[in-house]
Design a protein around this ligand. Structure first.
Ligand SMILES: C[S@@+](CC[C@H](N)C(=O)[O-])C[C@H]1O[C@@H](n2cnc3c(N)ncnc32)[C@H](O)[C@@H]1O
Length: 443
């Protein structure tokens, strides 16, 4: 991968048959005796993110030992304070045994080259995250696939730390999705600088019996009555029965649960931001209110990440500054940002102002912004417009082609190029932004 480039994905197998989602919680429990004779020892740092406890709490619970035995780990799994993070309770010891084995056995893969300006990588982010250089990323801004809502045909199933083999977003249970999201956040930690921020845009899913569609356009067509297929005729379906406690039609609560798990693996949950959308798809349900929001979790590694609140007032509205129609001078936790028109076939894309606000608040010119699920590239346009460097990853070559076009279009605008070449200059002239936005819309 070189500077300002798109690097190809390794040859991958044919699109997997993603299949139906049946949220049937497996019955599995911890085998307390299995490792009781093991002579293996674990550091508190290894154990803490798996039991969801702070190292200081573990010292209190176990008595200040520098190394923990398998029995100590079982004792932690029995504490009232215990909460699953990215491996279920029944597999925590298996996981600890396997990672401490592999730390010595697996050769380190070649690191990802950090671009001087921008780069797009066509790959599964899980194959990239472990290759990011330590402390190289100042800001992650991303919108991940939602649980059980969308088919991304380019995805291939991967085997996760919890043992489930699935495509990200297509897990059998919401807990699977929570574990996998937490695993990604955990694996991102070493690459994030000490003052870095993660802005994780996500939405909830209702535990309903539904078809899983390939795009928002397809969903809209169905709501308008243009899809006459019966339930059984759909390629991908989500069922609702069999979960340990969720009932049919209930909200799963994924965003809050991701925030809790992020905190338990060591992040600071700085804020849960509500993105109040000004236009949303119609919803046919008559027994609940319609949704008009998404969430953005602001996470950091330290209590005081790099944060420039003045960017909210300095930047143009198009690049994440105050929206004069709905927002006051106070930067609050409710963001009014119009949804993107999604005219380039993605259908679930960021409005430019959203990643721009996140990057503007938490980075300086020259800092590296990463989007692990970059899609059609609005986070790239946002970062580069602000004079930041950018690295984007996506499994879809089709979306990356759109992203590359947008970046090329942006770079062909001389004023914007000047800003990229001359770090320190934030583009905040509404005229420039309008020009860029129309160029982007035209691609
Ligand atoms: C919600 S969309 C992101 C949209 C993006 N923010 C934009 O403005 O276009 C999620 C994206 O994640 C990509 N994706 C899904 N699974 C992935 C994976 N395992 N690794 C990398 N990208 C993935 C999809 O192709 C899709 O483009």
């Amino acid at each position: 991968m070189s500077n300002g480039s798109v690097s190809p994905a390794p040859v991958s197998p044919l699109s997997p048959n993603l299949g139906d989602i049946k949220p049937r919680t497996p019955v599995a429990k911890l085998d307390r005796k299995r490792y009781s004779r093991s002579t293996r020892r674990f550091t508190i740092a290894q154990v803490a993110p798996l039991v969801g406890m702070a190292p200081s709490y573990i010292k209190r619970a176990i008595g200040g030992k520098p190394l923990l035995t398998a029995d100590d780990v079982v004792e932690l799994l029995d504490q009232d304070c215990y909460c699953e993070t990215f491996v279920p309770r029944s597999r925590v010891l298996d996981y600890l045994m396997s990672v401490t084995d592999s730390e010595t056995a697996v050769p380190v893969e070649s690191p990802v080259q950090i671009p001087e300006s921008w780069a797009l990588v066509n790959a599964d982010f899980l194959s990239v995250v472990g290759r990011l250089p330590l402390s190289s990323v100042q800001c992650v801004v991303t919108s991940t696939p939602y649980w059980g809502m969308r088919i991304y045909k380019e995805s291939s199933p991967i085997t996760w730390a919890d043992g489930e083999k699935s495509v990200f977003g297509h897990e059998q249970t919401p807990e699977g999705f929570l574990r996998h999201t937490t695993e990604i956040l955990y694996r991102l930690m070493p690459a994030l600088t000490e003052t870095g921020s993660i802005w994780w845009n996500l939405m909830d899913t209702f535990n309903t019996r539904t078809q899983i569609r390939g795009s928002a356009v397809e969903a809209l067509r169905a709501m308008q009555g243009h899809d006459t297929r019966r339930w059984s005729e759909h390629d991908y379906r989500r069922y609702s029965a069999g979960h340990a406690y969720l009932k049919d039609g209930e909200q799963t609560g994924i965003p809050g649960l991701v925030a809790q798990r992020a905190s338990r693996i060591g992040y600071y949950v700085k804020t849960t931001i509500t993105w109040a959308k000004t236009a949303t798809l119609p919803e046919p349900q008559n027994s609940r209110v319609s949704r008009s929001l998404e969430y953005i979790l602001h996470l950091s590694k330290t209590r005081t990440p790099k944060f420039d609140k003045t960017a909210y007032k300095r930047l143009s509205t198009g690049l994440g500054g105050r929206n004069p129609l709905y927002e006051t001078d106070k930067l609050s936790d409710v963001w009014f940002i119009p949804t993107s028109a999604g005219g380039d076939g993605h259908g679930a894309q960021f409005p430019l102002a959203l990643p721009a606000r996140c990057a503007g608040l938490s980075t300086e010119p020259g800092d590296l912004v990463l989007d692990p699920f970059v899609g059609s590239g609005n986070s790239a346009v946002a970062a580069l417009s602000l004079g930041r460097r950018f690295l984007g990853v996506d499994i879809s070559r089709r979306y990356l082609t759109v992203a590359e076009q947008k970046i090329t279009e942006l770079q062909s605008r001389s004023q914007v190029l000047a800003a990229i070449d001359d770090p320190g200059d934030i583009i905040d002239d509404p005229g420039d932004i309008a020009e860029c936005a129309s160029a982007i819309a035209a691609t």
